[in-house]
Write a protein that binds this ligand. Structure first.
Ligand code: PMP
Ligand code: GLN
Length: 380
């Protein structure tokens, strides 16, 4: 008889909804991935790097050229320099980076403070590493963090606090004051901050991203996670990176080397060249803002769903309050089977399945796909 480490964990909601969507030939706005093409130049570069013979193991922390480029990029954007040798590691997507960090730092009896709704990986990964999640609940429609509440749950066992801005699934941002409040809470403690910033370039309305790298009190205790999958429309490539001060990175790498050793080589070389085109990431916010506005206008003009404003990421929350008494998971399944549109029920991002009748839709899709989806939602 196997004693499961994660007895309550089932298949991820992203797999469930995508599989169901495919089964019913629905329009899949559930799992977050773009339907746009990866830049042909980037594809060409990957191909070229393979032809050039970059096909064997990369150095354990990643290709040095790429780490140097990342360092320069961060210095330019957030005015803090991460040392490419000792403070940057390339990961197989943010997912592997996050799991590796939990394994490197969490022990039994440690507590990890996180905000729900939370990206679905955090809680199982914390538990698999023996630690205990401590939840702070954010509620619709603002989903704002009450830092006074955070102060109350922090105690001597708190090993880590996880933040995620821009936030999946709500599209909310942590403002500068929030980052300052967090700085105050952790100042003088041994708490490690995990800052999931995979949507750093998908921010709207010309608001500035408040990276943890901008706050001196945070820099010394924070691991920042980034994902090229989000930035270059290539979620299937599973490549990202982590930034952290040397003492934290040293521990991170002890685990990283035995989890993947190194990440695939040709894509690292290709991105290292491609990342010179700053507009590829600097114009991403504007690109997605147009998508958000297009989707929001279509929904407002044609359907009875209520918009819950999104300020970043490629997700839009819609409330179906007044449209149905079904719980959100049931409603999402019904949407697929009866109307052919797939979305993610937001209760799945709460450990107690807290249901506020809200669904998450991914708008990283062509306008035609969004139009077709709204045509179907119009009938409800
Ligand atoms: N964190 C958040 C908040 C995400 O939305 C995602 C994307 N699924 C990840 C981490 C993982 O990123 P990656 O695909 O690079 O593993
Ligand atoms: N990040 C994506 C989302 O939130 C999906 C990631 C996954 O499928 N694991 O939809």
């Amino acid at each position: 008889m196997i004693q499961s480490k994660l007895p309550n964990v089932k298949e991820s909601i992203f797999s469930i909804m995508t599989n169901m969507s495919n089964e019913h030939n629905a329009i899949n706005l559930s799992q977050g991935f773009p339907d746009f093409k990866v830049s042909p130049n980037l594809i060409k570069l990957v191909n070229q790097k393979m032809k050039d013979g970059h096909n064997q193991y990369a150095p354990m922390p990643g290709v040095l050229e790429l780490r140097q480029k990342i360092s320069e990029k961060h210095e330019k954007l957030y005015a803090h320099t991460y040392n490419p040798d000792t403070e940057i590691t390339i990961t197989a997507g943010a997912t592997q980076g996050l799991f590796t960090a939990f394994t490197a730092f969490l022990k039994e009896d440690d507590e990890v403070v996180l905000f729900e709704p939370a990206y679905d990986q955090y809680v199982p990964a914390i538990r698999a590493n023996g630690a205990t999640p401590v939840y702070v609940t954010l509620k619709a429609p603002e989903y704002q963090i009450d830092w006074e509440e955070v102060k109350k749950v922090v105690n001597a066992r708190t090993k880590m606090i996880i933040i995620n801005s821009p936030h999946n699934p709500t599209g909310k941002l942590i403002p500068e004051e929030g980052m300052m409040a967090l700085s105050k809470i952790v100042s003088g403690s041994k708490i490690i901050v995990v800052s999931d910033e995979v949507y750093e370039h998908i921010i709207f309305d010309e608001v500035e991203h408040q990276s943890a790298a901008k706050f001196p009190e945070l820099i010394e205790r924070t691991l920042i996670f980034a994902s090229f999958g989000k930035t270059f429309h290539a979620t299937g490539w599973k490549i990202g990176y982590v930034l952290a001060p040397e003492n934290l990175m040293k521990e991170f790498r002890k685990i990283h080397q035995f989890v993947v050793y190194a990440v695939n080589t040709p894509i690292q070389y290709a991105i290292s060249d491609f990342i010179d085109n700053e507009n590829e990431y600097l114009e991403l916010g504007e690109f997605y803002q147009k998508k958000r506005d297009y989707f929001v206008d279509l929904i407002t003009e044609n359907t009875k769903f209520k918009i819950i404003p999104t300020f970043g990421t490629y997700f839009q929350l819609l409330s179906y309050e007044g449209l149905s008494d079904m719980k959100d998971k049931e409603f999402a399944e019904w949407l697929i089977t009866e109307h052919g549109v797939a979305a993610i029920p937001v209760s799945e991002f709460y450990h107690d399945k807290f249901n506020e009748k809200v669904l998450r839709f991914c708008f990283a899709k062509s306008n035609a796909t969004l139009e077709n989806a709204v045509k179907r939602l119009k009938k409800i």
